[in-house]
Design a protein around this ligand. Structure first.
Ligand SMILES: Cc1cc2nc3c(=O)[nH]c(=O)nc-3n(C[C@H](O)[C@H](O)[C@H](O)COP(=O)(O)OP(=O)(O)OC[C@H]3O[C@@H](n4cnc5c(N)ncnc54)[C@H](O)[C@@H]3O)c2cc1C
Length: 442
């Protein structure tokens, strides 16, 4: 029985992150004798200090989660890291706001000043506090940008570049922790530990975002070899490069690709490999959905490509069972096609498409089916057509693949297909840990 890759490492890392949270509040706990927090004002100030420590820790954690450190990406998975980062965002904003409000209210009450006077005093008389207030303001703005509806309304690139201002939050909020933080202003092990955490996060960021991609691209020097139309709105981009036989990427993984042409160099977009590595070329299969993917149709052979990755845990190495069922919809066939090559014989594939013309990579899928003993069902029709609805139900899936509950299931396609198939699979008795999703969403 294959061992699911990364789950032990993931548990260890999660434990480390929780211990980090405990360690961040521990200095306050150790420095505060029992019974010393008396009265409402002292309790408010104590809560302000605790939320400050928690906010400082969570902020660094947020940056760490997005550092693209290969160790984190491999053991936790890019999609899961992005989800944690998204889910944690609201907590960080609440912690920062609570810290600001509690400290303001606490000191105003202690020094018998109005809140406005106290805020004015903090801003003008205390070193680094103006920066801290600016950091809190940016955090709130970022929190608003994180709301799903706001994010969906903005062009992705605009949202992304606005989001980069979170680095300014780190910078602007840095000073006040050490000049005024009750637990941090004194030299000693606590201050040294907090600084060390900053250095570690910064090192991970530089490694994951600069050094690792630089090494990869200097080593492989990728270029576009050809662009081939697969259908009126889908293209395959073939890439060549050096030492591709040593490229450590698995079927089902993706890279963030930057095509170095005048119109494209400033954007990097994630696309999965649509063929397993073969030592000679790489391939991505891209559906044209917007401005950038439309530009990719005109890429010239020879165009240089900057890639960051590989990333993702949608791979054969992460399976828990011997056999697998793959379910693809639309351009979701890209990673599934690559994955199919690396799974043991006996896998099954259900490919959902609206019309026969929407089926991509048909010939090579049929060839793979024969070469690797894979059953393939092309399920054609609209979402509400009775045929596909019946097949994609719990009963239909069990009829097609009777041992589905004992297989890993890899699912990639539009959100509607993923949602409906996941509930059908759960209905068919497939445990959640055996369902692997590639949602094309980070
Ligand atoms: C892990 C992953 C793997 C993917 N693999 C494939 C694939 O193999 N084939 C394929 O056709 N598509 C794939 N996609 C989807 C692809 O990245 C988007 O369709 C593409 O970036 C759209 O860019 P656009 O400017 O043409 O369209 P837009 O209209 O600008 O974007 C359409 C949607 O794509 C998403 N998107 C846009 N830009 C980015 C970005 N830079 N990073 C992340 N998401 C973005 C946003 O949700 C946006 O709403 C994948 C996405 C992810 C997250």
């Amino acid at each position: 029985m294959p061992q699911r890759r990364g789950s032990a490492g993931r548990r260890l890392i999660v434990l480390g992150l929780w211990l980090g949270l405990v360690a961040s509040v521990l200095p306050w706990w150790l420095e505060t004798p029992p019974g010393s927090v008396r009265g409402t004002d002292a309790a408010v100030l104590a809560a302000g200090r605790i939320t400050g420590l928690v906010a400082g820790y969570l902020l660094l954690l947020q940056v760490l989660l997005m550092s693209r450190l290969p160790l984190l990406e491999r053991s936790i998975g890019t999609e899961r890291l992005a989800r944690w980062h998204r889910d944690l965002g609201a907590t960080v904003v609440v912690a920062v706001l609570a810290h600001t409000a509690l400290i303001l209210v606490g000191y105003a009450a202690l020094e018998r000043r109005s809140l406005i006077d106290e805020a004015g005093l903090l801003l003008t008389e205390y070193e680094d506090m103006a920066g801290a207030f600016a950091a809190a303001g940016i955090m709130v703005a970022l929190g608003l940008l994180g709301i799903r509806a706001v994010r969906a309304a903005l062009p992705y690139e605009l949202w992304y570049y606005l989001h980069l201002s979170s680095y300014a939050v780190l910078l602007l909020g840095f000073g006040h922790q050490f000049t005024h933080g009750q637990q941090l202003f004194r030299p000693g092990p606590v201050r040294a530990g907090w600084l060390a955490f900053y250095v570690v996060v910064l090192a991970c960021l530089v490694w994951g975002r600069v050094v690792a991609p630089l090494r990869f691209n200097l080593r492989h020097r990728l270029r576009v070899a050809d662009v081939v139309a697969e259908s009126p709105d889908v293209i395959s981009i073939y890439l060549t490069g050096r030492r591709l036989d040593r490229l450590d990427a698995r079927g089902g993984q993706f890279f963030r690709w930057r095509f170095l042409t005048t119109g494209c160099w400033w954007q990097s977009h994630p696309f999965s490999l649509s063929a397993a590595r073969n030592g000679r070329w790489l391939r991505l299969t891209v559906k044209v959905v917007g401005a950038h993917t439309a530009d990719l149709r005109d890429l010239d052979p020879g165009t240089r490509v900057w890639a960051a990755g590989p990333a993702g845990t949608f791979t054969a190495a992460h399976r828990t069972r011997q056999r697998a069922l793959l379910i693809a919809g639309g351009s979701g066939i890209a990673p599934i096609r690559a994955l199919l090559e690396e799974l043991p014989p006996g896998a099954a594939l259900i490919y959902r498409a609206r019309t026969p013309a929407d089926v991509l990579l048909h010939r090579e899928l049929d060839w793979l089916a024969e070469a690797r003993g894979t059953d393939i069902w092309y399920v054609i029709g609209g979402r509400d057509d009775p045929g596909p609805r019946q097949v994609m139900s719990g009963r239909g899936l069990t009829q097609l693949v009777p041992d589905v509950a004992r297989r890993d299931v890899y699912l990639c396609g539009p959100p509607g297909l993923i949602e409906a198939s996941t509930s059908a699979l759960r209905g068919a008795g497939v445990p959640r840990r055996q369902i692997h999703l590639a949602t094309f969403e980070l």
